[in-house]
Every structure is written in C-alpha cells, then in structure tokens.
Ligand binder design. Structure first.
Ligand SMILES: [Fe+2]
Length: 270
C-alpha cells in the first residue's frame, strides 16, 4: 500500500528526519496502491473539495482543475509532472517524509517539490503524526501552478542554503515557510481566503482559520513572523494574511535582510 517507502527507510532519532539521499531514486510505485488507499483518497477529497469554494484562494481552485485532481483517482506523479513542467517547470519529487534541511532546500531550489507517496488509513483520517500524501499533494501541488508562489519557494530556498550552517537562520526560514506556504491566508476581492496547504488539507482548520474568533489574523509581516514560534500540535493561534502572491514574492529581499541581521547579531528568537 505504498507505505513501504516510509516504513523501510530509517529515521534519524535525534532529528526526526529520514535518512535520505538523491541516489535512492524513490518512485511512486503507483501499482501498489490498494482499493483501500483509493477509498481514503476519495473520502478525503470529497469531504474537502466541497468545503473549499469561497474558502480557498481562487488560484488554488484553478490549480486543482489544472493538475486534474479528481475524487476517484490517486494522482499519478508522472502525469502531474508533465502538467507542472509546462506551466512552472516544477515536479513532484518522491521522499519518504521529512528529510534534512539541506537536501530539502536543494531540491526545492531546483523546482522539485518533496512529497511522500503513502496515504493515511481510514481510521486516522483526522490525526496524523507526519504529513502523508493527501497533505503533500492535495494541499500543496495545485498552487505549484502559480508562478509567484513558485518563485518565492525557489528564492526562499536560496536564502536557506546561503545560511544553511546557521540553525537560527533555518529556524527563521522554517517560520516563514510555516506561516505562508503551510498556514497562509490571502485577502482577495471576495474576502479572506486560504492558500496554506496545512489548512487546505484539514477540514477542521479550514473553517477555524477563516471564521473562528479565537485566532488572530495579522497582515503579512516578515519580522513579526520570524519572531513567532509555530504550533504543531493544535490549530494555529495566529494567521498571517498576504494581499497577493506578488506581495509574497516581492518580500524576498526583506527576508534575506532580516535573516542576515539575525545571523550577524546572533539574536535570540522568541
Ligand atoms: Fe506541507
């Protein structure tokens, strides 16, 4: 059931990352998906797709049509890559799960988006210890058709690699990635919308992020994000809101400057 990649490759106990190198040349092994996997994809897809009109950014909804995701078929990476290549030059790259930062950012700088291939079980639809393919693919891939977001990822990776030996810098990049690519909101003509994959792949957080009175919704601010720890075990306490994907991409010089300041001054993160 395509869990073999995840289960056969060991993790580094000290970091939680899988031992990974490009030479592993991992493949999706599409024929190994079972009927149960297809049923899980269909259940998750149908539940979430009807939740997203008026909630997901228009760019995501366009993207999901462009990459031709449907309920009845688990996306085949080879087919998806042909489509992405034509539009933004990206491809989905198979990894076992979370991999070390250097490899992750090198792949992303070269327009490879890391995704795993296993799907959660029916008994664990709403609880996951680590991201599965539904998160990686349903959540992230449709927006890999957006040029500004893709360029943001490439340049953010370049910054990460420039400061790869600084744990402080990598934490800053991780927070920026978290509050944009994973949990970002965007203000559009119709109102507030979601573009973060962590929200788009979670039916509960989709509603919460837009409509709950609990979290703060704050205008996108690089310095403030860098000073905001992220939350992994529950819904976010604050979401940062961009006005456009152009705004996100054009913040790259500021990101580089802010991170350089942190590294030079060896500031302490909150
Ligand atoms: Fe993600």
């Amino acid at each position: 059931m395509n869990r073999n990649i995840k289960d056969e490759i060991p993790k580094d106990a000290s970091t939680g990352y899988y031992f990974y190198d490009l030479g592993m040349n991992l493949k999706q092994e599409y024929d190994k998906y079972t009927d149960k996997d297809v049923a899980v994809w269909k259940t998750l897809y149908e539940r979430q797709i009807k939740n997203l009109p008026q909630k997901a950014t228009a760019e995501y909804l366009r993207g999901i049509d462009t990459v031709q995701f449907v309920a009845d078929k688990i996306p085949n990476f080879e087919e998806v890559n042909i489509i992405l290549q034509k539009i933004t030059g990206w491809r989905v790259h198979v990894v076992p799960g979370l991999i070390p930062n250097k490899e992750f950012f090198e792949l992303m700088m070269n327009r490879n988006f890391c995704a795993t291939t296993w799907l959660r079980r029916m008994e664990e639809l709403d609880y996951l210890e680590e991201p599965d393919m539904f998160h990686d693919v349903f959540g992230h891939v449709p927006l890999l058709t957006n040029k500004e977001l893709c360029n943001f990822l490439v340049d953010l990776s370049k910054i990460a690699l420039k400061f790869i030996d600084s744990p402080l810098a990598i934490e800053c990049v991780a927070r920026l990635y978290w509050y944009t690519i994973e949990f970002g909101l965007i203000r559009e003509a119709g109102g507030m919308r979601i573009y973060g994959a962590g929200i788009l792949s979670s039916s509960g957080e989709t509603e919460y992020s837009l409509f709950s009175d609990v979290p703060k919704r704050i205008p996108y601010n690089v310095r403030q994000i860098v000073d905001t720890p992220y939350i992994k075990d529950r819904y976010q306490e604050q979401y940062f809101v961009i006005d456009s994907f152009e705004q996100l991409y054009s913040s790259i010089p500021e990101i580089e400057q802010v991170i350089a300041e942190y590294v030079v001054k060896e500031k302490t993160l909150v």
